[in-house]
Design a protein around this ligand. Sequence first.
Ligand code: ATP
Length: 240
Amino acid sequence: MTLSANALELPGRLDGISLTLRPGELTAIVGPNGAGKSSLLACLAGLLDGGEVRLDGMALDEAHPHDRAKAIGFLPQTPEVAWDVTVETLVALGRLPWPGAPGGAAIEAAIAAMDLEHLRVRRVSRLSGGERARALLARVLAGEPSWLLADEPLANLDLAHAAALMGKLRKQAREGRGVVVVLHDLAAAMNHADRVVVLADGGIAADGTPAEAMTPDLIGAVWKVRARWLGEPGAKALSI
Ligand SMILES: Nc1ncnc2c1ncn2[C@@H]1O[C@H](COP(=O)(O)OP(=O)(O)OP(=O)(O)O)[C@@H](O)[C@H]1O
């Protein structure tokens, strides 16, 4: 089930972006502030209309909203939680696209995957920023979507949870999901992604394996910094 975009256009935001994303891969979308990353992700999720997006050949805007919600799980950059429910209830809300279907196992798996067992009866208003981010991602995972689209999921996470989360997202991809994440941490993209799409000024500046897409020259041209990669494959750091 591929997810593809054809010549997406949003004035001042996206400038004719086409790409095909494949299941089983962790794709990182990177780029400077304002490059269009969130806009692209929202278009791929069917939440913003920038043109043609197809899920396995079918136009996303023709899919029933329930089917779309089952296929694509989306975690926005600043998710709102409308009700001050417990973590367990919040995660269970991820089963809404599946009315009547048993979801206990999926909810438990999502709670375990996000390391939330000890917080399950805690109300959302009493979580730290990082705990809340993990609970919100668990809600998306509980829906067992074929595609997982997350906008800056590392933003509030400490070092250990950020590394663990990238490992978990990679595992989701290895199990057959398509995983697409917007990241600012280029080292996380280098060490964990299968594919990196670099955006600049609403267009694609590079697209390939992390090493192909994020060369020091490309980073220099897009971010206007002199950078070099240090360390071994899988544990690289960016020196600026
Ligand atoms: N609702 C909107 N209407 C018009 N322009 C917008 C809107 N939201 C964002 N923009 C503009 O579109 C461009 C791309 O924004 P977008 O949020 O997609 O970038 P981004 O790469 O995700 O940035 P960041 O790294 O800062 O989150 C920016 O110039 C932004 O000011």
